[in-house]
Design a protein around this ligand. Structure first.
Ligand SMILES: NC(=O)c1ccc[n+]([C@@H]2O[C@H](COP(=O)([O-])OP(=O)(O)OC[C@H]3O[C@@H](n4cnc5c(N)ncnc54)[C@H](O)[C@@H]3O)[C@@H](O)[C@H]2O)c1
Length: 396
């Protein structure tokens, strides 16, 4: 049984608590930190948490707990990690780890020097669909991964601090891009170095200085490309979709907005349907079990089991740091309108991977370009002659 300190009583603090206390869980949030005494008391009462406090330090130093979960605005992650390192207590931090790579690097240094357990709470790599897809990719079913497209778009976040770029570290890229970047990195392979980034970002609708919409490309050492699409202007709910394209296959995932569960109601079922949904009447698209669909259950299982076994979880502060470094390059590229190198002061993956084309051998003299069955029943084979470089076609 793990006994947890939860920092934050907002959307994610409550989602995390629901996941940890879900089903017949043995794990328990024992103390919750909220800057508001009233809100802390309310959340403690709603979720059966024995203690609430308005002191972050007291919550972290609580003698009964052995792991701290950070669910606070982005500008408070570093301070919370510093206190955990001082208390020598294991720490799990929500995304993004830092507002910048420099902040994330400092958090990584703090936990490693203190020798404490650390996990990066990137829930979307733990959704049941993603875990199954990652297994499929690792088993080679898609061949070499060439392109990963990941999208998170919704009508914008739910609290004032997200809209203040000094507190949050940016706009839709830091808030949503962090998910997409780490999803793609998992499919392409964490040992493969991300090399450079190209990004378009704009403020199309919202009265803010940060970007409310962005599209980015991240190029990896093996030639694979990751594409993210993020927006705070998208209407109609939260659209989470991934597409993985390999030399031998494809995976397409719709995580949230259209999962095959559709309800029509003329009268409505109350206001809340699913996170960021905008309609509660007419055709609505509920999510069967949000906490599980979004990966929180599998994420905490990995985190707590790794803590108990003395192993590293799938996502650590190092991963959070790499994501921040990629985001830094994206912000720079959005300004310069050029491909920008990804600055990695710390890199623990491979350095010997080179860009490689996937060539399919047809026979000793030819590479296969394409094979296709035509509507009239013929089959065409398009080949490249190795000796002359000529492209030829055969009809069989
Ligand atoms: N899928 C995910 O992993 C996911 C989803 C949402 C949010 N998040 C992350 O979780 C963190 C919190 O986001 P949220 O959605 O819960 O935000 P929120 O605004 O709903 O909640 C933030 C919490 O921090 C408290 N807080 C705000 N300002 C504070 C201050 N100055 N001092 C002390 N406490 C303060 C609020 O009272 C609240 O309890 C962010 O880092 C965000 O990026 C992750």
């Amino acid at each position: 049984m793990r006994k947890i300190t939860m920092l934050g009583t907002g959307l994610i603090g409550v989602f995390y608590t629901m996941a940890i206390h879900g089903q017949r869980s043995r794990d328990k949030v024992c103390v919750i930190y909220s800057r508001s005494e009233e809100r802390g008391r309310k959340v403690a009462q709603d979720y059966g948490i024995p203690r609430s406090t308005t002191s972050m330090e007291d919550a972290i130093n609580d003698p009964e707990t052995d792991l701290v979960v950070i669910g606070l605005p982005n500008d408070l992650h570093l301070e919370a990690v510093r206190l955990c390192a001082k208390a020598k207590k294991g720490v799990l931090c929500t995304k993004p780890l830092g507002r910048t790579a420099a902040e994330a690097k400092e958090m990584l240094r703090l936990v490693e020097e203190a020798g404490i357990f650390h996990g990066y709470l990137e829930d979307l790599v733990y959704t049941p669909k993603t875990l199954k897809s990652l297994e499929t990719v690792k088993a080679g079913a898609l061949g070499k991964i060439l392109w990963v497209r990941s999208r998170e778009t919704h009508p914008g976040p739910h609290s004032d601090w997200f809209w203040n770029s000094k507190v949050s570290g940016g706009g839709a890229i830091i808030d949503l891009g962090c998910h997409c970047i780490e999803i793609a990195r998992n499919y392409i392979g964490k040992e493969v170095m991300p090399i450079e980034a190209m990004c378009w970002a704009a403020t199309q609708v919202k009265p803010i200085d940060a970007e409310d919409h962005a599209i980015g490309l991240v190029k990896y050492a093996n030639g694979a490309i990751a594409q993210f699409e993020v927006s705070w202007n998208f209407r109609g709910g939260m659209d989470l979709r991934d597409e993985v394209s390999g030399s031998e296959g494809v995976i397409r995932i719709d995580h949230f907005l259209r999962t095959g569960f559709e309800v029509f109601t003329a009268v409505g079922l109350g206001e809340y349907v699913a996170e960021k949904s905008e309609a509660s009447k007419g055709w609505i698209f509920p999510v069967g079990d949000e906490v599980n669909t979004l990966g929180y259950n599998h994420m905490f299982t990995d985190m707590f089991s790794s803590f108990e076994n003395g192993t590293s979880p799938m996502e650590t502060f190092y991963d959070g740091y790499i994501v921040n470094a990629i985001i830094d390059a994206c912000y720079k590229s959005a300004q310069t309108k050029k491909w920008e190198p990804i600055q990695l002061d710390i890199w623990r993956g491979r350095t010997d991977i080179k860009e490689e084309r996937v060539l399919i051998e047809h026979d000793a003299d030819h590479y296969l370009v394409k094979e296709e069955k035509l509507p009239d029943g013929r089959k065409k084979i398009i080949l490249k002659e190795k000796s002359s470089g000529k492209i030829i076609e055969k009809v069989v």
